[in-house]
Ligand binder design. Structure first.
Ligand code: AP5
Ligand code: MG
Ligand code: ZN
Length: 214
């Protein structure tokens, strides 16, 4: 099963991609998580990416395309994968189509999680992420068992730098301008499936599972 998750910032791509990965035993590949891990380790890629991410801008295509194309050649991705946060521009989508075609394969689904901008703004301020394992919570919708601590590993939970209100607005603008065109791109290839992302997490997953089949 080869899947791409689409949707605005905070639509729930990461939340759903993690469940899909577990249920279908395929790797969850999040370019945002890869960049955040690089920032934490202080790599050159991380430093370059951070300057764009903190402003709510996209990291340039050339810093992300090869990274993903390489990741897709790993053994664990042969049977399938769920890509979260990539592609985000038409050139990235074209590069992905080509990389998969070169490997003799192609995508099965592009799942768009639809959430209005105002809901996104409300959600982001409440999101907390684990500094160690990347697990995400929401102070109201999905609270951790102990305030400020990760259920899975006990580490501290933080507000992402790019989840500050001003940056969220910028990320939404960038999404509408550069990423939303992918909806038509995948519609034209008959790969697009849309789900309502405003309902509870489990209901969103049920809608996705109905698309993917058991
Ligand atoms: P990235 O990490 O991909 O951020 P994003 O797309 O802005 O998406 P988020 O991770 O913020 O949201 P999400 O959809 O995963 O939502 P989540 O499940 O966490 O990218 C960050 C930055 O990296 C970009 O801005 C860019 O600079 C750079 N970048 C990354 N990839 C790139 C690329 N390919 N090209 C160029 N640049 C790139 O959910 C959000 C919150 O809502 C959580 O608190 C969650 O608990 C809660 N929630 C989830 N579902 C529900 C629900 N159904 N009901 C209520 N609450 C819910
Ligand atoms: Mg995410
Ligand atoms: Zn954790």
């Amino acid at each position: 099963m080869k899947i791409v998750m689409l949707g605005g910032p905070g639509a729930g791509k990461g939340t759903q991609a993690k469940i899909i990965a577990e249920e279908y035993k395929i790797p969850h590949i999040s370019t945002g998580d890869i960049f955040r891990a690089n920032i934490k380790e202080g790599t050159e890629l991380g430093m370059k990416a951070k300057s764009f991410m903190d402003q709510g801008l996209l990291v340039p295509d050339e810093l992300v395309v090869d990274l993903v194309a390489d990741r897709l050649t790993w053994e664990d991705a042969k049977a399938g994968f769920v890509l979260d946060g990539f592609p985000r521009t038409i050139p990235q989508a074209e590069a992905l189509t080509k990389a998969l075609a070169d490997m003799g394969t192609g995508l099965d689904y592009a799942i768009d999680i639809e959430v209005p901008d105002q809901t996104i703004i409300d959600r982001m301020g409440g999101r907390r992420a684990c500094v160690s394992c990347g697990a995400t919570y929401h102070i109201v919708n999905i609270p951790p068992k102990t305030e400020g601590k990760c259920d899975k590993c006990g580490s501290d939970l933080i507000l992402r730098d790019d989840d500050k209100a001003e940056t969220v607005k910028k990320r939404l603008d960038v999404y509408h301008e550069q990423t939303q065109p992918l909806i038509d791109y995948y519609k034209a290839q008959d790969l697009l499936k849309e789900v309502d992302g405003t309902v509870a997490m489990a209901e969103v997953f049920n809608a996705i599972a109905a698309i993917l089949g058991a």
